[in-house]
Unconditional design. Sequence first.
Length: 245
Amino acid sequence: MTGTKNIVDMCATKQVKKLVYVSSTGAILEAPHGQVIREPEVFFPDQVVGYYAKTKAIATQYVLEAVRGKDLDASIIYPSGISGPDDSAFGPFTSFVIRYCQEQMPVGVEGSFNAVDVRDLADGVIACTEQGRKGEGYILSNEMVAMRRMFDLISEASGAKRVETILTPEQMQAMPQHRFAQSEGGANLEALKFEIYNLTRNNQFSSEKARQELDFRTRPFQETIADTVEWLRSEGKLTIASPNK
């Protein structure tokens, strides 16, 4: 939050031509399942889940206040989850693919993904510097993909054994804690609980505004999965044989 404030204040003082702030869909108050989530006008830091989302909500509100109070020309990008190759930090999405391919995930949880390809996200951010309207925000997301389809796509691209068992969130959380952690590859328990929240929350985001104003386009999620798996192979992170060989 302090870093964002420092940058915003400096931009206002120096009268920079344009600021594009990358927020997160996590900062947006979740709508009930069945409703499409769009760009917000106000934020509720106390009602979003996780410290990252809370700080993003506070920081985004500060950017918007600077637009109104300091005449700063700023636009906001709200990425959904971020996916794609060349993830040298091995973030949540990439780590999920690795765990699945290494058969460290014997069961899945009933839920969904919404992850924008980092290459499409980068194009959207660049477009926003030229086409983003002052004080406006743009959700950059992808299609919502069910867990079962996610498993199918990873197995198809990697040759990994398909996980057959999908549990409800209630079944998953009813497991003893050590079994719960083992079911997801032995990862940190609190991190797993947050991961399950992200999979079972409403992930139906609309990028229609970005499509209309920024000419935002997304590649098929299947392509993102295939490219991610290929990159992981090139990095020596996957040892299973390619299904094409």
